[in-house]
Design a protein around this ligand. Structure first.
Ligand code: G6P
Length: 467
């Protein structure tokens, strides 16, 4: 087995103390990293006055991590700046929120170069290198410039924007050209892959071959669709475990017989939280019969708080939640419970299981794993209903959910009404079909698909998903 080097902005090694509380990506990558004696390289999350390239090696639950600190200016220009004030909004189709500043581009290039310089001595001849997400698009090219001839793959965890939006990025050409340093480029859905193909065909005159191989300027990459999954069986077991069960009981007691609708999202404008609240408000104004009988629990841990657009969405949700509760609450009923903190996964599993409806309505999302976790946590005998945005990558695999246009308050209100009164047999039928997909196309399946494309000599390649 070849050694794997994973590179991502955030390094999330498995925790020895809480093995049941790690995300699917951590579990999947850790399995391969452990077995191949690999390394997970990235930013420590910490600051240093002046970048030294000092690597902090640590071993946690058998996985070696190698992290570096960044300078405050790097964090400002690269992480807060180009990654989260330029690429994040643009790639989520929000071009009017994107900020285009040359200083951000410089910082982004500088950090990618620093990562390449620091990582270079760690790469041995047969290692496979796998770079993750929009923070590190040029890293492959920086490594090639330093003579790295290994197989290098890239996976984008967020959407790829339509060509006509992409071209509003002043350095779009340079950025996309740098992707040709990779051997394999992965997307969660056919939609994102198609937008990428449209771009390289129209803007770069690239040649598209069989199996989405793309050739430009003498370099060929293979674009693949691999939708990421969760560790579904483990999450279902967690939902049956003692912590989740205790939480489910607490939630049921606190619900006092009312039906709970639940949403769990990072506090991010891409998640459609304002639209969701307005859709729920619409339901309450249309359906007086539901008053005192339902509530929405929205868990939204704050995220990227130094970025202004995130401060603005938080303020706007504060005011919207106040308005909804002010208008509809009674002395005994709070229709919207809005909580700005995160919970461990085993606790969340219990919350999902107690809910009648899971409300997942991003305006745009690369995949969305909350939708899959909600399904995996349900009780097969009495499953809750998933209401899912058409514009989440997950919708391509989860057609048995109640699908909605997240921009439409009417559709959200109608879908909630439908979900809250759905007969048991229909709930079971939809859930079984969703659960089959979530179990089958889980995180290890995703990993196997990508690794087979990255290292075709090692394993016979399974057919790539038609999801
Ligand atoms: C998205 C991105 C990830 C990122 C995560 C949390 O899922 O695709 O790369 O790590 O959000 O965001 P943060 O800025 O806190 O790392």
């Amino acid at each position: 087995m070849k050694r794997l080097i994973v590179v991502s902005n955030r390094v999330q090694p498995p925790s020895e103390d809480e093995p049941g509380n790690q995300g699917g990506l951590t579990v999947a990558l850790s399995t391969v990293l452990r077995e191949s004696d690999g390394i997970w390289f990235g930013w420590s999350g910490g600051e240093t006055e002046s970048f030294t390239g000092h690597i902090n090696f640590q071993k946690s639950a058998g996985v070696t991590t190698a992290t570096v600190d960044l300078e405050p200016q790097d964090i400002h220009e690269y992480y807060d700046g180009f990654a989260n004030r330029t690429l994040w909004p643009l790639f989520h189709y929000r071009v009017s929120l994107a900020e285009f500043e040359r200083g951000f581009v410089d910082g982004y290039e500088r950090v990618n170069t620093r990562f390449a310089d620091t990582l270079l001595p760690l790469i041995a001849k047969d290692d496979l290198v796998w770079v993750h997400d929009y923070h590190l698009i040029p890293l492959g090219q920086r490594l090639r410039e330093r003579g790295v001839a290994n197989r290098i793959g890239f996976f984008l965890h967020i959407p790829w924007p339509p060509m006509r939006l992409m071209v509003s990025l002043p350095n779009h050409q340079e950025l996309v050209e740098s992707l040709f340093a990779y051997d394999v480029v992965g997307f969660h859905t056919h939609d994102w892959l198609e937008s990428f193909i449209d771009y390289v065909r129209a803007q770069m005159d690239a040649t598209i071959g069989e199996d989405n191989t793309v050739t430009w300027n003498g370099r060929t990459l293979r674009a693949v669709v691999c939708p990421i999954g969760i560790d579904a069986q483990e999450f279902a077991d967690t939902a049956n475990g003692p912590v989740a069960e205790a939480m489910r009981q607490r939630m049921e007691e606190s619900a006092g017989g009312r039906a709970m609708i639940v949403g769990v999202d990072r506090l991010d404008y891409s998640k459609g939280l304002q639209e969701r609240f307005i859709g729920y408000e619409r339901l309450l104004s249309q359906r007086e019969d539901l008053h005192e009988k339902v509530f929405l629990l929205q868990i939204a841990p704050p995220s990227r708080e130094s970025v202004q657009t995130y401060q603005e969405i938080r303020a706007s949700l504060d005011s919207l939640s106040g308005r909804i509760n002010g208008e509809f609450s009674s002395v005994e009923w709070v229709p919207l419970r809005y909580v700005n903190k995160g919970y461990p996964r085993d606790v969340l599993a219990g919350v999902y299981r107690a809910a009648k409806v899971g409300l997942v309505t991003p305006l745009r999302d690369g995949m969305n794993l909350v939708a899959k976790e909600f399904v995996a946590a349900q009780d097969p005998a009495d499953p809750g209903v998933l209401v899912l945005s058409n514009f989440a990558g997950a919708a391509a695999q989860m057609g048995q959910a109640v699908l909605v246009n997240p921009y439409s308050p009417e559709e959200i209100a109608d879908a909630l009404g439908q979900a809250l009164t759905m007969p048991l047999a229909e709930r079971q039928e939809r859930w079984r079909a969703l659960m089959d997909t979530v179990l089958e196309q889980d995180v290890m399946w995703w990993l196997g698909q990508f690794m087979a494309a990255l290292d075709p000599d090692e394993a016979p390649e399974p057919a790539l998903s038609a999801a």
